[in-house]
Structure formats: structure tokens, C-alpha cells
Design a protein around this ligand. Sequence first.
Ligand code: ASP
Length: 343
Amino acid sequence: MATKPNILLVYTGGTIGMIKDYQTNALKAFDFSQILTKIPELKQLNCKISTISFEEPIDSSNMNTSYYIQIAEIIANNYKTYDGFVVLTGSDTMAYVSSTISFMFENLQKPVIFTGSQLPIGDLRTDAKENLITSIEIACARKNDEPILKEVGLYFEYKLYRANRTTKINAEQFEAFTSMNYPPLVESGVHLSFNEHLLFKHPDHKEDLIFRKNLIDDVAILKLFPGITKKVVEATLNIPDLKGLILETYGAGNAPTEKWFIDLLENAIKKGLRIVNVTQCAGGSVILGLYETSTDLKKIGIINGKDITTETAIAKMMYLLGEDLSELEFKHYFETSLRGEIS
Ligand code: ASP
């Protein structure tokens, strides 16, 4: 590529886009179209940066599927014009948002990098500048005239992770995210070091981008705890219109063996509810049948979430429910890695 890469910076909200009003000491959102004047360092990057911002930037706690679609549409509508995308959102729900976007695009051939910060960009000790500058650098990185990264990533504090492997683990430290079951794709030190063997591999024949935006949000998460009562499980399974449930179990996918519990789940599955078993542990995998406490779950047809994160399980559930799949197909696709989300 003779010309500089074109990068689209999408600002949706979150701490990163705030500056301190030094007269009042309050944090306020700043006009993101002014980012190049506010952060002149960006001009030193070897790329052309354009910005687009949500009309009303939001705290990521207010995200829902309509915002996911808004972000994905911005990327889809600009896909041909730009070489890479950096999406700025609040960090609180970034793992959910970025995971969902990873499913919405099949055959993604360009980098989409989510980032944000723990301190506002206008704060003296901010982590925003490094996160933003390095994310843009990674989005610009090319080899053999192609982007190196062709998937959705999440960059925070010197590491780029596969987005659908991440979890927010810290509300205080700059290192806010981790990816317990998959190593970082890129590490930023004196040099940017790409772990190329870990990047998402597309088939050799290039397929066109497929953009799907039919997300179903009739989903829920039920986290088990010792002593959970029948009333709680029953009430959850009886939520009107519920179509998918993420069941957070213990250890390698274990749950009580009590008859009432297994019967309730079995009946719900028979009636068409998709139930996925994910572990409450931060790392490791569900292994159905390893212990007696998961053999019944296997028998009643629970879906094995393997080493998927809860954030990504909910994202994949919303995505696959929109695909009108039979029970068998749904189980097959859920248990198969679609975007590198399970090992
Ligand atoms: N509450 C903010 C948000 O998620 C925190 C952040 O920006 O990191 O929108």
C-alpha cells in the first residue's frame, strides 16, 4: 500500500473521552471530532485518522443490543473505505460488546480494536493515550500489503487480546482486563510484538464479509451457589419468552445432582430452551462427564460451553438464537469455535 492506512476511530462513550474542567474539577465529555487537536501525538502516526462519534456518548453500563448494532453498522458501512477500526467504549462492558461484534462479522479481513481507559484522556496520569495510540498502531500494522490482524481485538495496558476471550478483572488497576484461556495476540514493549501463530486464521480462499445483526436478547445467566433453591431455578426457567440460558456451574462444569434440579433443566431443554454450561472459574474448561456431578447434565443434552467466558457465552447465545437453527445445529455451532472463542 503506497498511501497511508485509513483508520476510523469510533467513539461511543466511556471514561476515555472525558476531560477535566480544571475550574470546576468535574469530568465532562469532550468533542471527539477535536481529538487530533487535543492529542497532537496522533499526527505522528503513519496513518490517516477520521473520527465518528455517537450523538450521545454513553456509559457502557447502558449498552444493549441496539447499541451493538449501531457500532457494527458504522463498521459495515465504512468497511470498504477504511483499513482498520478502533472503537472506544467504556471498559465496564467492553468484553461483552466486543465479543458480540466479533460474532456479527464473519470473514472479517480488517482489524477492529476495542479500547478505552481507566482514567480520562485529559487526566495527567491517564492511561488513555497509550491505549489509544498503540491501538491505532496495531490497526495500521500491515504485512505483504495486508493487515496483520483480521479479527476483533481488545487492547488495554500493553496487551492486545482476542476480544471474545477477555474479562474485565479490575476496577482500579490500569491492567483492567485478562484473557485466562488464550494468550495475548500482541504485546507492546519497546517494540510491538505480534504473536502471529495465535492470530485468527481465515481459510485461504477469501470470502466476502458477512454482517449479521439479528441478535436475540431473551437470554439470562444463572450463577449456581451452594444452597440455591428450587424457587430460584424455577423462577429463572419460567421467565417469559426466555430462549437461552447460560448456567454458571462449579469447576469443570459441575452442578448439584438433586433430582428436582436435573428434572427442571431437562424439562426446560425439552420445551426448547437452549442451556449452556460454563464454568464460574476464571480459567479452565467445562469437561462434561469428568465428575459424577456433570454426567446428568450431559445426559439431558446441556450444551458444553468448554472454555468460553460468560461474557462471550451470552454474546454467542444472542447471535446464534438469531440464526433459526435446529436444536442439534445450535448445539453443534455453540460447541464449535466460530471466531476463536473456544479452544
Ligand atoms: N463506567 C465507564 C464505562 O464503562 C468506565 C470506563 O469507561 O472504563 O462506560
